[in-house]
Design a binder for this molecule. Sequence first.
Ligand SMILES: Nc1ncnc2c1ncn2[C@@H]1O[C@H](COP(=O)(O)OP(=O)(O)OP(=O)(O)O)[C@@H](O)[C@H]1O
Length: 288
Amino acid sequence: MTGNSLLTVESLAVEYPSNRLRRPPTRVVHDVDFTIGVHETLALVGESGSGKTTIGKAILGLAPLAAGHIWLDGRDISTIGRKERRALAVDLQAVFQNPYGSLNPSMRVGQILAEPLFADGSVSKSDALATIRRLLERVGMPGDSVTRYPANFSGGQRQRIAIARAVARTPRLIVCDEPTSALDVTTQAAALDLLTELQETLGVSYLFITHDLAVVKEFADRAIVLREGTVVESGTSEQICLRPVHPYTQRLLAAAPVPDPRLQRKRRAARLQLAADSPIHLPDDQAR
Ligand SMILES: Nc1ncnc2c1ncn2[C@@H]1O[C@H](COP(=O)(O)OP(=O)(O)OP(=O)(O)O)[C@@H](O)[C@H]1O
């Protein structure tokens, strides 16, 4: 285990049980190692199905570990039981992709934000309302949101509420699984600004799961590139986005959409060249 890291993932393997009788489980994450430092953002990138969400779930205790260990702040959290896992919610939180599905539609925003505050009985009812109003203000939402339901808000506003819920107890680490990919470009930028600002004020670390390399370059300190559940490359986000070494990373970059048509043509040409050099499958629409 690394001395100064907040999160250490060591030799992680994850298997999902087969839904066919007598079929062995399928291993989708193989021998993955990484660390995340205090106040650091580590991006996990790779094409669809490469195992990014599964690794996030394994950290959150939502996917079964076939091998390996996960330490949070020096404590092995790969073997803890349900009760300890619940208590861990103070330090470890998540923001998911779909702000429409991740907030309970039958709960008012005030109730949604109260839940983590009351989780271990350490916040009194009278303190909670003031804390909730502070949280809403911190994420740029009006105070009267407390009495309204998620359905009254846009996708970007719902993601702000989800972020407010995640930071309610000032966690050490937030697993952000594609938190901006369901948002339009402007709302996406505002959500990333909010996450950056919260990191600066709260000192939280992020595991940032994304397929968007432009976001990685802007937002992450370091990145890990996954292919079929295996790490193929890791480095600073600048290295990964500007000087990728592995052909798979180079192809991911070449496939990333860019608004500048000249640059897009150049990247497409580079990508076709790489496709000729190494036979990695990419979806048809990206091969055009
Ligand atoms: N609950 C599950 N049971 C069985 N297989 C699963 C389960 N969840 C994911 N998988 C498989 O595990 C592999 C990795 O999936 P995962 O969702 O982690 O990838 P990902 O990189 O996050 O993809 P995406 O970017 O599309 O979300 C895929 O082959 C997927 O089909």
